[in-house]
Write a protein that binds this ligand. Structure first.
Ligand code: ATP
Length: 334
């Protein structure tokens, strides 16, 4: 598969705190990944693991502290003109359509303005109607003159997808686009994105904390924990026999993935998580039932499990699921 988007050893360090309490947050640590043409790659991890930071670096909205991002073989340019060029090819769908839609603009403007910005001449109404049809908002005439407040959450997300699609991107980066929607509405959005991917020859980067949606959507999966990739490989293989204890824990956890969070709550979670993780050795070891002394001694590298899979663990779980006990049966720390 031809690589479209390449992330090479990217890191991000934030300066945090005020005058009295300064600190550094190493939000993303040496992450590399490749998204191939026509592929769906899922990036999965819990709140605070660095997914959104990674997405912002990919889009050129945030300069990596180290490493680089290449799109179609060229470095992503952070200057304004470069960003416009990038935006034509790489479009983002955000978690919260309520936040990103300007409430004073009608649907025609929300979708039409970026078309004009990217060079469409004259009235764009016809094209907007066509895009509304493509995202399932039909009859399109019923939607085009509406304001966001007259739309449901799922309809707003469809408007945002139409807006992104209009520019003719090659890659859609979707950051938790269904997490604020009811499950059935979210499934509708996932099906729509898969259809659009197929019909428009798109690639998708699907960012989520929900392994179920990643499984539904993706060909390959990257699992992140504490700013690092801890496992990657073909989605079905990783889910059938996770190599990293964190992937295993994600599989067996039963979080409520559709719960709405406020912005403040999100940050609290993330900060609590970040401050509780060890800086050296395996970052997951305090939560790992298989952890041994060696796990805290050195940085753990990503190593190959086979030609397509990598795992960041000194003692990867065996591939035979029967010999890998469930979390509540797991043996105690040596
Ligand atoms: N602007 C910022 N300044 C300081 N720290 C930040 C900033 N943005 C994010 N962080 C921290 O960086 C880490 C990664 O955050 P990020 O938002 O990328 O994670 P995430 O996996 O996308 O989480 P969520 O799903 O909750 O958005 C967290 O510890 C977070 O608190």
């Amino acid at each position: 598969m031809k690589p479209l988007l390449q992330v090479h050893n990217v890191s991000q360090v934030y300066e945090s705190g005020g005058l009295l309490r300064k600190g550094k947050v190493r939000a993303v640590r040496d992450v590399s990944l490749v998204l191939g043409e026509g592929e769906v790659l899922a990036v999965v991890g819990e709140s605070g693991c660095g997914k959104s930071t990674l997405a912002r670096m990919i889009l050129g909205l945030l300069e990596p502290t180290a490493g680089r991002v290449e799109f179609e073989g060229r470095a992503v340019d952070r200057r304004r003109r470069g960003r416009l060029e990038t935006a034509k090819r790489l479009q983002m769908i955000f978690q919260d359509p309520f936040e990103t839609i300007n409430s004073n603009q009608r649907v025609e403007t929300v979708i039409g303005r970026p078309l004009q910005l990217h060079g469409a001449k004259g009235p764009v109404r016809e094209r907007v109607l066509e895009l509304l049809g493509q995202v399932g908002l039909t009859p399109a005439e019923d939607y085009i003159d509406k304001y966001p407040s007259q739309l449901s959450g799922g309809q707003k997300q469809r408007v945002m997808i139409a807006r992104a699609l209009g520019i003719g991107p090659r890659v859609l980066i979707a950051d938790e686009p269904t997490s604020m929607l009811d499950v059935s509405i979210g499934i509708g959005i996932m099906n729509l994105m898969l259809d659009l991917k197929r019909d428009n020859d798109l690639s998708l980067l699907w960012i989520t904390h929900n392994l179920g949606s990643a499984r539904y959507m993706s060909d390959r999966i990257v699992i992140m924990f504490g700013g690092q990739i801890v496992e990657s490989g073909p989605t079905e293989d990783v889910i059938a026999s996770p190599g990293h204890p964190y992937t295993r824990a994600l599989l067996h956890a039963s979080p409520d993935p559709w719960r709405q969070k406020t912005e403040g709550e999100k940050f609290d979670d993330a900060e609590r998580e970040e401050s509780g993780l060890p800086e050296s050795g395996c970052r997951f070891r305090n939560r790992c039932p298989w952890a041994r002394e060696e796990c805290g001694q050195n940085e753990i590298p990503l190593t190959s499990l086979d030609a397509e899979r990598e795992v960041r663990c000194l003692f990867p779980l065996p591939s035979d699921p029967a010999s890998s006990p469930l979390p509540h049966e797991e043996r105690t720390v040596d």
